[in-house]
Write a protein that binds this ligand. Structure first.
Ligand code: C5P
Length: 297
């Protein structure tokens, strides 16, 4: 167990830099086109040997989850064991550092971390397409969270394609402390009579500078931002605070909200802006994108 890298269980925040709703499937799920990145902040999942499967939830946002009899991490663990044909055994501990139902994929990233960590812990090697199919069964955002890399995400979340390398962005994440359930935001969007957008979520070209990249992103948007503000007006206040931060290049909502992000010229600028942003009941973080640890050659 001690040989397992702690990084396997790191479940970083997913950030939708852009999000277009391009259509709707007959089953009601929406077709999306989104540029997804991962931030250097996240939940942490660890596991130690045990005779059965259990989950302890800790951390600043662990309260509501600790009271639930089941959650995505346990479902991911059981699905993996069932698919591999082995018993599900292990004492899992989830340190919940990300706000719940907040548009940065906390639950999805936790489920993906469970698949990664337990595959190593149980020494299960499943083909990539099988892992991806399991991830999709757990939730539309789980496949993108498996690899934790910047990608273009299409379909309902299962079509992932590479994007050119991104510049070293500074990112501030800010959440007003309000849960924003995804189905309610899609419903609000439909009620407002919104149509579908073209698939234009990724700006063309390569950008060496975070400032140039942020400016290129300004031409895109998040189609769920207006409906989310209609449901939770506090999101508008978060965006106003981010837009007033010194050095900010772009501010936008992630996913179905309520977390919003600001892009800055560097991780250092973002960390400074976040520490100056103090609002009661808000969760604020600033830094850079998630970077996987360097592997020894
Ligand atoms: O797949 P997941 O359980 O994360 O999705 C939660 C809900 O969000 C779905 O039941 C659906 O209402 C909505 N959703 C959607 N289109 C997507 C992803 C989610 O309509 N691509």
């Amino acid at each position: 167990m001690s040989a397992l890298s702690a990084d396997l269980g790191f479940a970083p925040a997913k950030v939708n830099l852009t999000l277009r709703v391009t259509g709707r499937r007959p089953d009601g799920y929406h077709l999306l086109d989104s540029l997804v990145v991962f931030a250097g902040v996240g939940d942490r999942l660890s596991v130690s040997p045990a005779d059965d499967l259990s989950l302890t939830v800790t951390g600043p946002f662990g309260g509501p989850l600790a009271a639930e009899p089941d959650n995505l991490v346990l479902r991911a663990a059981r699905l993996l064991a069932e698919t591999a044909g082995i018993p599900a055994r292990g004492a899992l501990v989830l340190e919940k550092n990300l706000p719940i139902a907040s548009g940065i994929g906390g639950g999805s990233s936790d489920a993906a971390a469970a698949l990664r960590l337990l595959s190593a812990f149980w020494r299960v090697t499943l083909p990539e397409p099988v892992l991806q199919a399991m991830a999709l069964k757990l939730g539309a955002d789980v496949p993108v969270c498996l690899n934790r890399q910047a990608v273009r995400m299409a379909g309902i979340g299962e079509i992932l394609s590479p994007v050119p390398p991104l510049p070293p962005l500074g990112v501030v994440l800010a959440n007003p402390g309000l849960a924003c359930p995804t189905p309610a935001i899609f419903r609000a969007r439909a009620a407002a009579g919104a149509g579908f957008s073209p698939a234009d979520a990724v700006p063309a070209g390569r950008f060496a500078s975070p400032v140039d990249f942020a400016h290129a992103l300004a031409a895109n948007g998040n189609d769920l931002e207006d409906p989310a503000i209609a449901v939770q007006p506090a999101i508008g206040a978060v965006l106003a605070v981010l837009r007033a931060a010194p050095g900010v290049q772009l501010a936008r909502m992630s996913g179905s909200g309520a977390t919003c992000f600001g892009l800055f010229p560097s991780p250092h600028d973002a960390a400074a802006a976040a520490s100056a942003m103090r609002h009661d009941g808000w969760w604020v973080w600033g830094g850079g994108l998630y970077e996987p640890p360097l592997r020894a050659l």
